[in-house]
Design a binder for this molecule. Sequence first.
Ligand code: GLN
Ligand code: ZN
Length: 763
Amino acid sequence: MATTHNLGFPRIGAKRELKFALESYWKGQSSRDELKALGAQLRQRHWDNQAALDLVPVGDFAFYDQVLDMSFTLGNLPERVRGFHGDALDNYFRVARGRSAEGTENQGACCGGVAAGEMTKWFDTNYHYIVPEFSAATEFSLDSSRLLDQLAQARSLGVKAKLVIIGPVTYLWLGKAKDDSDKLALLPRLLPVYAKLLDELAAQGVEWVQIDEPALVTELDAAWQQAFVAAYQALKQDKVKLLLATYFGQLLENLPLALALPVQGLHLDAINARAEAEQAVAKLPAGKILSLGVINGRNIWKSDLSAVLDWLEPVHRQLGNRLWVAPSCSLLHVPVDLDSEQKLDADIRSWLAFALQKLDELQLVAKALNQGRDAVAGALADNQAAIASRRASPRVHNPAVKAAIARLDAALGRRASPYTQRAPKQAALLRLPAYPTTTIGSFPQTGDIRQARSKFRSGELDEAGYKAAMQAEIARSVREQEALGLDVLVHGEAERNDMVEYFGEQLDGYAFSQFGWVQSYGSRCVKPPILFGDISRPQAMTVAWIKYAQSLTAKPMKGMLTGPVTILNWSFVRDDQPRSVSCHQLALAIREEVLDLEKAGVRVIQIDEAALREGLPLRKSQWNEYLGWAVESFRITANGVQDETQIHTHMCYSEFNDIIASIADMDADVITIETSRSDMELLDAFDDFKYPNEIGPGVYDIHSPNIPTQEHIVQLMKKASERIPAERLWVNPDCGLKTRAWEEVIPALTNMVAAAQALRAMR
Ligand code: GLN
Ligand code: ZN
């Protein structure tokens, strides 16, 4: 018999109940007991949802983040929150977000909160975890209360529990030594705490513990590989069984290591590492369990269950009871329930599976393995019909788009002349001063804007009314920018709900869910659009708005677009063609928009690639392949314009040293980037690499309500001019201003413009 289990379940709730409960608690509008009760209720519901499985994850629930949970379990709290009042949950929120609930922070020495823990992306997902903090002095001590409480709750409900924790090596790998000491040196201090935890779990009668070690899918040097050996030797015991879980990729050189670790079971991601799963079957040490992740935990497509069974049946014959089946990774990364979707097109809906549907698929696979396909013949036939319908659907396949992709030619991605020849032509046309000022695109998304949009959606406001409301907002933005004295203006993006969704909604090949929320961090969720078919652009998407904005001013108006790589990386994408092909399709569609803007007389066009870096593969050895097609896609989009048209791009992440050559390769005339938070230190990248075109290093952090002073901006720009010739520098904020209020934006930009004037006067 094959055993079924799950690695983790989305905890935010099908209706985002956890989000709303957290935000209400933080605002002081509900009590800690109410929050805890909601947590217990969600866990119970989610265990009910998984009741058909042989083993159900317990310990995967977190109020904010599972890595932060592990830090508390290991007693690794940053010094700055020790000794605070309140219970552990308050301290937990302090580390997570700088403060606990309103009201709790005013009772003692700690009013005003503390610095929140740093957040970073969980492997190659869009989930962000709180980075564990270490120093050479870090000590660990066990606090098993969270796990034991959840276990007790599970027990009382009759849940067939498998405890889930993050493994010691990955835990260290995820963290950051604040004093630059060697994190690995902490392993000997960490292991006894894990050993004690396993003892306590054994004492509770726990049989299986899933110990997550996804660091095994990354490039590990000899010391880290050795750490795995040492850790699992130290944790070797026979009281609880360990299922070592890896996911998100191939193990490659780490596969033999993983197979040899003294644990009772190993989970492999058979979606991303199918060939390795087959090798593991052949090499599995006697007595060891092999868990195969056969249902994709990262996408929203139905699995081709007959194809899964075709390869899994022989594996099952070989392994028998030693085979477990599961989703490839925790279902944290997919929405909860397709049944909530009432508005999705019926065809498209029939091709999809969210978390609950993925568990049904898993159940079906296990039943077919254990009882034969005949036992699930009807369901298998339905599945096959859905797969066949998607494969053949004219909604998915557009011959004209496929033909355009077949005709792709490198010339599409090349400007007619190099930057050195384009720049003087652009300068002659735009007549900008030195240190030209601009912004990144969006202006405050006010309550009025959101209200107009929601009234338009509900039908309360007609199209003409909505258009007039948005035009009024655009006019306001233009007026304010003229008054501020900015040089290159933007229309402000009032009409855009989201920089990806806005374009997705106007492109053929995209669908949108109502409740397809996925946790991004803490209480924040995103609802990625679903790229299901060949992409085409039925009509111009932004031209009318930009033309309107341009009609209001004699200053140059920047056309504002989201680039193909960012649209791709923030969507659920197709699994029936390589990402590169979808990206090229997007590139051709956005290219048409660029050319239409140019035709409409727009002389400056910005193409945002905020998410270019996010798409980087986990392994550096695969970066070049990705960067190759990602940069090519941008170039296809941007580079069909005349020399006189100035192309800008914007990226809002900070670490670009290691991909600076690829960024230069995009050949945008101007790039604006985030640099202010590091005091321009990021520009160190330009010491070794001479960025050839113009650059706008962000001069203030738009995430903060603080107003930058003119002096500070001048000083930052001077620092920048040590690295980049002043005649190629722009002055702009770090990112778009849509999350700020006008009352913050006006003084900040006033100082920014004054700083640019001061810089000009100094020349
Ligand atoms: N143009 C977008 C804006 O200004 C860019 C946002 C981003 O980089 N994330 O909002
Ligand atoms: Zn940005």
